[in-house]
Design a protein around this ligand. Structure first.
Ligand SMILES: Cc1ncc(COP(=O)(O)O)c(C=O)c1O
Length: 405
């Protein structure tokens, strides 16, 4: 047996680069939507590892897929392909608009691939002047240098020297700004169908239709970043399926692996041709362990009953949060779709989302923030209704403690 030295939250401050500020507790075990820390304290999980654990913790189908593949074949690299990658690729193609799949390991990497593909496609078909990428303020696409530059938050992109060029930002849902900016030199428009990190803000249907229309008019590719909205989160397999719009490129990560790192970029045959042999790649992309888990996630989530369950659970959350707000009015509104929910603090509680999150941990509940003034919930898509009820009761106590100062 390997001997483990005891570690604690203090160890984090001693040995980790200080770019995160994790909670005081250290979880050691999870099952479904419950988690236990080193002291044996139990938590209800409304955070889901930031929209990742779509089937909760240690779902039997995922444990089975991982352990079975773990006894067979772990890694090859892309010098050879492998069965789990081929099967998951086929399932993604069968279930979506896409004809082709590129596997990566994180949302940022899938987006990096999407952006590079869009640039290369524009170069191949129209010439080097067609390089403009239009993206949106408050957008979030990951932390590589290209993706933070395309994400519309200076706090994440500034202070690292010169950024990749030809990236412009406009306000989300602003049709006039898009009409004014887009031209034949636009290579791609990149957007989240619901801005997640930016505060759970939905794209207006009319805006989405206009984006598609203008991209078509100017031969610009429409990239949907579905890293957070994908894999059932909104009650559809992908959020675009609940709209009138189909993107040219879609990125998916987070819930795709249910907790195992995997991401994918999906696109059409015509566009995929621009990633020729050697133009892009990854050692781990399409790793058999990751793809075996991804396949098991797809098998469970891509099911009408599970997806309809997400819509039902959405309503439980909205009703429960509104009832809490009737007692302790700290929220202006509850918004979002499916199990991507944001409770927006009202003017008296601006900037206090983190306080609510910390108070929730005290009450045995894990939730998230999306910016300074939105409390975010991204639980398991199959969280039992009874866990929602109990979690909301704990959340009510947290809200009460914040409201009573
Ligand atoms: C919409 C969106 N895109 C991309 C990312 C980046 O994903 P990752 O952290 O896996 O690189 C995130 C992460 O929060 C996200 O929400």
């Amino acid at each position: 047996m390997t001997q483990h030295n005891p570690v604690s939250r203090e160890t984090f401050d001693q040995v980790m680069v200080p770019n995160y500020a994790p909670a005081k507790v250290v979880p050691v075990k999870g099952e479904g939507s419950r988690v236990w820390d080193q002291e044996g304290r139990e938590f209800i999980d409304f955070a889901g590892g930031i929209a990742v654990n779509c089937l909760g913790h240690c779902h039997p189908a995922l444990v089975k897929a991982l352990t079975e593949q773990g006894q067979k074949l772990w890694h090859l690299s892309n010098v050879m392909t492998n069965e789990p990658a081929l099967r998951l690729g086929q399932k993604l193609v069968d279930a979506t608009f896409a004809d082709k799949v590129y596997f990566a390991n994180s949302g940022a990497e899938a987006n990096e691939a999407a952006l590079k593909l869009a640039r290369r496609y524009a170069l191949d078909h129209y010439g080097e002047q067609k390089d403009q990428i239009i993206a949106f303020k408050q957008g979030f696409h990951g932390r590589t240098f290209f993706t933070v530059t395309v994400g519309g938050q200076a706090a994440y992109s500034d202070g690292f020297g010169p950024k990749p060029g030809a990236v412009d930002h406009i306000a989300y849902n602003d049709v006039a700004a898009l009409e004014a900016l887009i031209s034949d030199n636009t290579c791609a428009v990149m957007m989240e169908p619901i801005q997640g990190e930016g505060g759970i803000i939905k794209a207006d249907p009319a805006f989405l239709n206009k984006v598609r229309e203008l991209c078509d008019k100017h031969n610009a590719l429409l990239i949907f970043d579905e890293v957070q909205t994908g894999m059932g989160r909104t009650g559809e397999l992908y959020a675009y399926m609940g709209t009138d719009v189909t993107p040219d490129i879609l990125t998916t990560a987070k819930a795709l692996g249910g907790g195992f790192p995997i991401a994918a970029m999906l696109t059409t045959d015509a566009i995929a041709k621009s990633l020729k042999i050697g133009t892009h790649g990854s050692t781990y992309g399409g790793n058999p362990l990751a793809c075996a888990v991804g396949e098991a996630v797809m098998d469970v989530v891509n099911d009408r009953q599970v997806l309809d369950g997400v819509k039902h659970k959405h309503q439980l959350f909205v009703d429960g949060l509104n009832a809490i707000n009737a007692k302790y009015p700290i929220f202006e509104t509850v918004r979002g779709e499916g199990l991507l929910l944001g409770a927006v603090l009202n003017s008296d509680y601006q900037g206090k989302a983190r306080d609510v999150m910390v108070a929730a941990v005290e009450q045995g509940l894990m939730c998230l923030v999306a910016g300074a003034s939105v409390v975010r919930f991204t639980p398991s898509l199959v969280i039992p209704d009874s866990d929602i009820v109990e979690g909301l009761a704990r959340f009510e106590k947290a809200v009460a403690s914040v409201a009573q100062g």
